[in-house]
Design a protein around this ligand. Structure first.
Ligand code: ADP
Ligand code: MG
Length: 231
């Protein structure tokens, strides 16, 4: 364990306290206390429809909690609204979506640079950082248009975009859902290595029990969820 740097109160990347959330149709989440340490890597496991994406969206501030606090980098993320929340998310969280959400018509480098625009560095620095992270992930043609890359290469670009800004937390929602077992393991290793290099904590969701052995910490989302029976 590393100790907290001087002047910081704790080493957590994320802490949820007394968080509640409910969809109108009766699916609810209740988290008394959940902490993810700086640099820690966690698998958020559960079957399809069990609430993994919902919890990830709460953590990313893409969905609003009904009550409770989500602390990250010394701020209660739930109190930020609108542009302030988007900026905070952009600075501190890297996201890898199942659908990748890369921009067609732009190069690999430009897709990664978009994630660096909130960081305050010059365009030249952004460009160099993007190329170096892409190279670390095996993309040696940063000028290639996204749509000319293979799916595997596009996934690497999405990983590069998530870690390039050196976020404190990386969230990946079902990154292996469409892959065979061998590629799934390789992709998880790639994401874990990229998060470690960036110094970020990592939360990966998956319904695939095979991935459990790749993580030292596994959280079952069912621990925090309940579903009201239909009337
Ligand atoms: P997972 O990602 O584990 O497959 P989700 O978080 O997508 O699960 O969904 C959890 C539960 O919430 C499911 O019962 C789903 O039907 C319900 N749900 C998801 N999105 C919505 C929504 N926008 N409105 C109402 N219910 C939703
Ligand atoms: Mg999901």
């Amino acid at each position: 364990m590393t100790s907290a740097p001087p002047g910081t109160a704790s080493t957590h990347a994320l802490r949820l306290t007394r968080v509640t959330f409910e969809y109108a149709r009766g699916f609810s989440i209740h988290i008394p206390d959940l902490q993810v340490n700086a640099g820690e890597q966690v698998l958020l496991a559960g079957s399809s429809g069990s609430g993994k994406s919902t919890l990830l969206h709460l953590i990313a501030g893409l969905e609003d909690v009904n009550s409770g606090e989500i602390h990250m980098q010394g701020s209660d993320f739930t109190r930020l609204r609108g542009a302030a929340r988007d900026t905070f998310r952009g600075r501190h969280i890297g996201m890898i979506f199942q659908t990748l959400n890369l921009l067609q018509g732009f190069t690999a480098r430009e897709n990664v640079m978009l994630a660096l625009m909130l960081g305050g560095s010059s365009q030249l620095e952004q460009s160099q950082r993007a190329e170096s992270v892409l190279a670390q992930l095996g993309i040696t043609e940063p000028h290639a248009m996204i749509e000319t890359l293979s799916v595997g290469q596009q996934q690497r670009v999405a990983v590069a975009r998530a870690v390039a800004g050196r976020p404190s937390l990386v969230l990946a929602d079902e990154p292996t859902a469409s892959l065979d077992p061998e590629n799934a393991r390789n992709t998880i290793a790639l994401i874990q290595e990229a998060a470690t290099r960036a110094g970020a904590a990592l939360i990966v969701t998956s319904h695939d029990p095979l991935l459990r052995s790749s993580f030292s910490r596994v959280i079952d989302v069912s621990e925090f969820t309940s579903k009201r029976a239909a009337p």
